[in-house]
Ligand binder design. Structure first.
Ligand code: NAP
Length: 315
């Protein structure tokens, strides 16, 4: 383990929460270090148009927006490091973080590690991951031109992904475990009236299968179960997209920070304070309810203000 780099504030995560925390902390002269992690820019880099972020009346591309966030943070002196934090120790101050053989210490830490797509546990899932199975239609939709694909889920993500996929696929089938969608009215209507989208209700996916093609596996069929009758059957799909929600990226903090039963960090009401003084949590890592770019940015701002006040109280 090499040298020790110290910062008043270290931010873990590079989505709207992390960068907003960095902008505020930098403008408070705290010279924050921000770790970008394995997916610089976070979940917005795998979406296309963001149409609900205020200030962009014509919409903005997700990756473009995150570049703007990063530039704005850097303009005020934030240091962005393209590394993943692999270990933290919050048991004593200064806190210790390890990334890529370097130890960092910090007087305060802002967690903004976000969430990742949830996947179903299927016996043959990993064999076809990237070879027909995906958790991001925006990233991979292009590869499914004129094919028959399925999307699992009944929320806004499933409707959005299914609608997006109709730009490429011949037919898109939404597979949902109930007979009622969870998605917002407007997203439901858009998908329900799209002639290229079919719905398979009360159905769940239990496995996938395929063949070898050009030296790699290729998905050709999906095994399903009718949850009303219990009957199992197969359908020929060459693409399968998971859109069944997210899991917070908080494994790193297990045993150190209080979490709910789903792994979301618990913060004190009206603040971003965790159970450890000096450690603050923002964005999707602590929000299982709103999960929007604008709410994540809002809590990132709160975390920076909380960190600043904490540091002042320590001085
Ligand atoms: P979500 O609202 O939690 O929906 C997850 C869907 O997956 C539900 O329909 C759920 O079924 C299903 N599901 C969960 N676990 C499953 C399992 N094990 N097997 C089968 N199905 C399963 O998640 P989301 O769609 O990702 O949306 C998350 C948040 O982001 C929401 O607040 C949403 O409004 C927002 N969002 C907004 C937009 C937009 O406005 N453009 C786009 C995407 C997401 P049940 O319904 O039966 O629980």
């Amino acid at each position: 383990m090499s040298n020790n780099i110290h910062s008043k504030v270290i931010i873990i995560g590079s989505g709207p929460a992390g960068f907003t925390a960095a902008i505020y902390a930098a403008r408070a002269n705290l010279n924050p270090i921000l770790f970008e992690g394995t997916q610089p820019g976070g979940q917005l880099t795998i979406t296309t148009d963001v149409e609900n972020y205020p200030g962009f009346p014509d919409g903005v591309l997700g990756p473009e927006m995150m570049d703007m966030f990063r530039k704005q943070a850097q303009r005020f002196g934030a240091t962005c490091i393209f590394k993943e934090v692999t270990k933290v120790d919050f048991s004593k101050r200064p806190f210790t973080l390890e990334a890529d053989d370097t130890t960092y210490t910090a007087d305060s830490v802002i967690i903004a590690t976000g969430a990742s797509a949830r996947l179903l546990d299927l016996p043959n899932r990993d064999k076809y991951m990237g070879y027909g199975i995906s958790a991001c239609a925006t990233c991979d939709g292009f590869f499914f031109k004129e094919q028959e694909v399925a999307v699992i889920g009944g929320g806004d993500s499933a409707m959005e992904e299914a609608t997006f996929l109709t730009k490429f696929a011949k037919k898109v089938t939404v597979i949902h475990r109930r007979d009622e969608l969870r998605a917002s009215k407007i997203m439901q209507e858009r998908a329900l009236k799209n002639p290229k989208i079919d719905f398979m209700w009360n159905t769940t996916v239990i496995d996938v299968g395929g063949e070898q093609k050009n030296g790699h596996p290729a998905l050709t069929r999906v095994k399903l179960k009718d949850l009303k009758t219990g009957k199992e059957f197969e359908k020929p799909f060459t693409g399968l997209f998971f859109a069944i929600g997210h899991i917070p990226n908080t494994k790193l903090f297990k045993g150190m920070l209080d979490m709910d039963e789903n792994g979301y960090l618990i913060t004190q009401p009206k603040s971003t304070k965790t159970n450890i003084p000096g450690v603050f949590a923002s964005g999707d890592a602590q929000d299982s309810y709103y999960r929007q770019a604008v709410t994540a940015a809002g809590t990132g701002c709160m975390a920076a203000i909380d960190a600043e006040r904490f540091l002042e109280s320590q001085d």
